[in-house]
Design a protein around this ligand. Structure first.
Ligand code: G1P
Length: 289
């Protein structure tokens, strides 16, 4: 299965950090956000990835490319651990790039993948969402797809005051954590939302989505929304939503970004003991302590 990662968004919410660098390159400690997403795809057994980029996104291509100069410097300095790590990034997967010419929305960005994915189902991973889980979220979707052979959207329950930030699914529960989709709405007002099942940035889609995107008129923000295309598709075929197992961080949101950084530090052995102690007195520690 192929993966598509849209990475064309402007990152306005993280200005000024994103003035001169893509939001996908913001790191959690020392790893750019987009690398987490690529690693999730790879850990799910995917080795062909299309990244939909746009203006100002060249750093992403450089990150996954081989860097001979850097490798040479690390080799000469005897920094073998770092050398392995840097080499590993360019060997992760076959990564292809296509540029979205205008920022016309997520649905439009996905449309750029039409030729690359051909007649096969594919997965979409949004770079804003990082998920920590035992089984990669994308793999969870792929396992369900084997049984249902239909598009599956990853969802999670969102707090009421965050409903307006997400696509919301109206679904009928058919088994534990699994819903048949009746309808979807992009970023509804809290009072109009059919549920609290928010779309997370992981989708397993089938090629008929492209036809649906073709029929989709501009929606929220004047953009072609993937949620609206899925809504059209839901009237033509069965769609499912899966409340995946794992913790999701929406990195478009600053508090989630801080939480993800802390939780990632706690997951890394080199920081976890120190971090736990530090958090007990955070804010009270003097510089240099
Ligand atoms: C996009 C989708 C939205 C989804 C969200 C997940 O919104 O349009 O339906 O819930 O990703 O992160 P964005 O965050 O790009 O505004």
């Amino acid at each position: 299965m192929k993966a598509v990662i849209p990475a064309a968004g402007r990152g306005t919410r993280f200005l000024p950090a994103t003035k001169a660098q893509p939001k996908e390159m913001l790191p959690l400690i020392d790893k750019p956000v987009i690398q987490f997403v690529v690693e999730e795809a790879v850990a799910s057994g995917i080795d062909d990835i299309l990244i939909v980029t746009g203006r100002g996104k060249r750093a992403i291509e450089d990150h996954f490319d081989k860097s001979f100069e850097l490798e040479e410097i690390l080799k000469r300095g005897g920094k073998n651990g770092l050398l392995r790590e840097v080499r590993g990034i360019s060997d992760l997967a076959n990564i292809h790039y296509i540029r979205q010419r205008e920022a016309k929305g997520l649905g439009n960005a996905i449309y750029y993948a039409k030729k690359h994915v051909g007649d096969e189902p594919f997965v979409v991973l949004l770079g804003d969402d990082i998920i920590f889980s035992d089984v990669p979220c994308t793999k969870q979707l792929m396992e369900y797809h084997r049984g249902y052979e239909a598009p599956i959207i990853a969802v999670n329950r969102v707090e009421k005051d965050r409903i307006e930030n997400y696509g919301i699914v109206d679904g009928k529960r058919i088994r534990d954590r699994f819903y048949k989709v009746n309808d979807l709405v992009e970023k509804p007002k809290q009072e109009d939302a059919p549920s609290d099942l928010g779309i997370t940035g992981r989708y397993l889609l089938t090629p008929d989505i492209f036809n649906a995107i073709d029929k989709t008129r501009p929606g929220k923000g004047g953009e072609i929304q993937l949620t609206d295309a899925l809504r059209i598709l839901s009237r033509e075929r069965e769609l499912y939503a899966y409340d995946f197992e794992g913790v999701r961080y929406d990195l478009g949101n600053k508090t989630d970004y801080i939480k993800a950084t802390i939780d990632y530090a706690l997951r890394r052995e080199e920081f976890s003991g120190w971090m736990r102690n530090y958090l007990k007195g955070a804010g009270r520690v003097k510089p240099g302590d």
